[in-house]
Design a binder for this molecule. Sequence first.
Ligand code: PLP
Length: 463
Amino acid sequence: MDGTLSANDLSHIVTADKAHVWHHLSQHKPWETSDPNILIEGKGMRVWNQAGKEHLDAVSGAVWTVNVGYGRERIAKAVYDQILKMNYFAGASGTVPGALFAEKLIGKMPGMSRVYYCNSGSEANEKAFKMVRQIAHKRYGGKKHKILFRDRDYHGTTIGCLSAGGQDERNEQYGPFAPGFVRVPHCLEYRRHEQDGAPEDNYGEWAADQIEKVILAEGPDTVGALCLEPVTAGGGVIAPPEGYWPRVQEICRKYDILLHIDEVVCGVGRTGTWFGYQHYGVEPDMVTMAKGVASGYAAIACLVTTEGVFDLFKSDETDPMDYFRDISTFGGCTAGPAAAIENMAIIEDENLLQNTTDMGAYMLDRLGELKERHAIVGDVRGKGLFLGAELVTDRDTKDPVEEARVKAVVGDCMAQGVIIGATNRSVPGRNNTLCFSPALIATKDDIDEIVSAVDGALGRVFG
Ligand SMILES: Cc1ncc(COP(=O)(O)O)c(C=O)c1O
């Protein structure tokens, strides 16, 4: 750390934070007698806190965001230059970085053609839901308005997004929710024994068929869209089973249901392709993205659609209701697309998709070794540098390890200077998966350091 803040400054910052900041997803009671972690500086894969302690960040800013790592001068400079020249204008007008990033992004998404800017994953998903509802009104007399979401998936924090939330602990105490959202079963093969009738063979197709059952029960003429994460994130790092996605696509086409893929976590390189769905040959109608789009250097989210979806909103210029009547004030900030252009260029110039594929495979192997060494590790899974390790007390029954002990593993790693994550306030009784999502620049040495910290922590907590 370069020491630009004195010990005095730092102690004032801690006091000010404790007195006035309400932190996200945090219990504040313990901070009456201890201090929150305050991050002062970041460089590459590492961050330093108020005590000057160095940490290796294995979760890209805790929530799968800083894909290209910390301290990227070229992004900072692009944002500086852009906001000095033209910082903002509302989205009914265009901006230079808005146009250029949209062009670049669409170049990575064959079949897609239009980019709607906003500033958080939740907001992008809300907009997709609004489009589905408006299409239902314009084409189907309001009938085809239901939106299907999947058990264990998460789409954001607003009441609308929580209505499509498949993680019951996250939703608890925030209801009532919006009507017209319907849950379909998850596709976590490791827990297929908990699903009635799940077969040993062709589980993926079976899991997709459960979606069709819900559609038939609801009535296909009432279902407008299916919203899915390509690889489920906070619900347990669930990579889809073989055969799942092709069948999902077939079902959507069969019943004229829009396929909305939530790439808020997977998007822009996390799994080793530009987008998670591109592993599975899927052709979505709508794709939402946020976190990694500008790696947290500026707030930006996008809802990307096909030209077919776009066309549905511009058929009659004399009709005052015939367009997407949505507003996003901060969707007009130019810092977002300016940062996103450089973020994407870094991924290309440094060949980070390949690195993600290679290092992801390496990390999955190394986590596999932990599974051999520790009976408590029931399953390791994921895609690219987006990995999880599910902890169970018994490999036969797959009973989950209690959450306090999962937290103890995370705490032990933190004490060693390695920041890892765990599913939390997510699926009731299933907050038992350790989460890893190092920046796409991770090296073998970084991964070895992460795995060795987890190895030590598992030994101490469960030894
Ligand atoms: C899959 C997924 N979708 C949407 C969101 C919401 O994004 P945001 O927090 O930017 O609103 C998240 C956040 O974690 C997410 O994991």
